[in-house]
Design a protein. Structure first.
Length: 541
């Protein structure tokens, strides 16, 4: 429970309370695993989604939108897996107003369903090719069908803020009459101001039964997603749809961290959130973004500068009483502070070649990650090996190593093992020699092959493919995508390689690996892809 010493905000907030329609309790709906994953360049693996879902559950999220089951069989299986975790959070699946979509959510066996259809004229004319009457009929039919399978149904009028207000209200009323228990009002393309959004929410609040839980889902195209979400809560909504770090399409969604702490600090909102887990959860998700999305130095509340003070006047005042220049304490967010109160000790445990098991265990607990014993040992060895090269392992390096190791296939699925790799490059034709052991079809074969290539990576991959084929394995794989990123700065930074391949049947496989040597990153990523292909052939569905 926060104390007066931990929060100090404007006295005016208390004075305007009487003008607002504040809920008795604020619920949080997290869509990081669905809308958040639609962030360009972001794709979470099954293991990562499961880890995130568990972290969200421990954070106190009320509703987790696990995904959009109709998108693919892989998405359906992922959503099913999350639904079976036994979380305290309600697990929900997304569906359009179609029987096929709804049936997929039913098949996923989730707690509840989220059904949507657009209501703005621009969507009706250009996307749906439907009249308003047809939209209302579709709502009645789809929600009515879902009612036979789910106790709780959330209905969303897509592009609500660009819809005719009277028609929006009519669509929401139609959904409630058909069986919807909750209504979501999304600012789908982020084109409304907080004042206007507040009026839209108030109009719907006045028109709908008071037992209907109103959600708000705001996008950040104009940087107003959090402000709009708060305006919605001030005017009758009681559930905020957010994502960790504000992940999402285009400029993203409302940031969970900023929304939750604003409602908590400004209004003392009652909610199930354990605020001390906010920062660790954000760091966890940041690590799974592979360096593509990072917590910025100036990110509100959780950025490196959020509780740092360079000005002499500020620093002196903070040493006397931190509330002079800080509205809340970092500890409320799960952030520890150094003794001199001048900066955040983002991670108090230094990582390198001398790191021990107890220190690593504390780091893993801080992240909320639970590796197996084998994964724990591998992570520790990787940190020691990297640290032995004369540098401290940064937070980014550490998160990349954890992501890489925990994404490895189980031992029983490791059919292809790299024994040795030698690469010759420079003023000669790049050449690679590989020793590979392949376990499949009940036999074990070890092969050695050499190959040339356009560069060291190409030569190494060609040599591996020759070994794989020589061992008797069928090979008709096509490299569809190859991408490499530096995890952190410096010429000795870890390199993260992501590849996408197609087998001879056109089935797509993705794999990734992290190593300080980009040739090894590439090779290990290819080995993982070959293991996935071999496993699929060994165990056909």
């Amino acid at each position: 429970m926060a104390t007066n010493q931990q929060i100090h905000v404007s006295d005016m907030m208390e004075k305007i309370r009487g003008e607002l329609v504040l809920p008795e309790k604020v619920y949080f709906f997290d869509t990081t695993l669905r809308d958040g994953e639609q962030t360009p360049g972001i794709s979470f693996s099954l293991n990562e989604k499961v880890t995130i879902a568990r972290a969200l559950d421990e954070l106190g999220i009320d509703v987790i939108e696990a995904g959009f089951p109709v998108v693919s069989e892989g998405e359906l299986e992922t959503v099913k897996t999350i639904g079976k975790l036994g979380l305290k959070s309600e697990v929900m699946g997304l569906a359009r107003c179609t029987k096929l979509d709804i049936d997929k959510v039913i098949e996923a066996d989730l707690d509840s369903i989220h059904i949507f259809i657009a209501t703005s004229d621009i969507h009706l004319k250009n996307k749906l090719k439907m009249t308003r009457e047809q939209v209302l009929e579709s709502i009645t039919k789809s929600v009515g069908y879902a009612k036979g399978h789910f106790k709780n149904i959330l209905f969303s009028a897509e592009d609500a803020t660009r819809s005719d207000l009277d028609f929006l209200i009519k669509a929401n009323q139609t959904a409630v009459e058909a069986g919807a228990t909750r209504i979501n009002i999304p600012d789908t393309v982020g084109t409304v101001s907080p004042t206007a959004f507040g009026k839209i929410i108030r109009a719907n609040y006045d028109a709908l039964p008071k037992n209907v839980r109103i959600n708000v889902h705001c996008h950040n195209d104009f940087g107003l997603a959090v402000a709009n979400t708060i305006a919605g809560i001030e005017n009758g909504a009681c559930e905020a749809q957010t994502t960790i770090m504000g992940l999402g399409e285009r400029a993203g969604n409302a940031s969970f961290e900023q929304t939750a702490m604003s409602l908590f600090a400004f209004y003392g909102a009652k909610m199930n959130i354990d605020t001390r887990k906010i920062y660790p959860t954000a760091r966890l998700v940041e690590g799974f973004c592979g360096g593509k999305i990072q917590i910025g130095r100036l990110t509100p509340l959780i950025g490196k500068n959020a509780f740092a003070h360079e000005s002499g006047i500020h620093a002196h005042a903070v040493l006397q009483n931190a509330r002079c220049y800080e509205p809340i304490t970092p500890e409320l967010l799960g952030i520890s502070r150094s003794d001199n109160l001048e900066d955040i000790v983002q991670q108090s445990i230094k990582m390198g070649k001398h790191m021990g098991g107890h220190s690593l265990k504390a780091k893993m607990q801080e992240l909320g990650v639970k590796p197996t014993d084998d994964q724990f040992a591998t992570i520790l060895n990787r940190i020691k090996e990297f640290g032995s090269k004369g540098r401290e392992v940064s937070e980014s390096d550490f998160l990349a190593i954890v992501k890489d190791v925990m994404g490895e296939l189980p031992k029983e699925q490791q059919y292809v093992i790299l024994d040795e790799l030698t690469v010759l490059t420079g003023s000669v034709t790049p050449t690679a020699t590989v020793k590979l052991t392949v376990n499949s079809k009940g036999t074990t074969k070890t092969e050695i092959e050499s190959s040339i290539g356009a560069g060291p990576v190409d030569a190494a991959m060609n040599a591996i493919i020759k070994c794989y084929k020589k061992s008797g394995e069928e090979y008709d794989m096509k490299l569809k995508e190859y991408a490499i990123d530096a995890v952190s700065g410096g010429s000795d930074a870890l390199g993260h390689v992501h590849i996408t391949v197609n087998d001879k049947f056109g089935k797509e496989y993705t794999s990734e690996a992290t190593h300080e040597d980009i040739v090894m990153s590439s090779v290990l990523s290819l080995i993982k892809a070959l293991n996935k292909i071999t496993h699929a052939r060994e165990h056909p569905h």
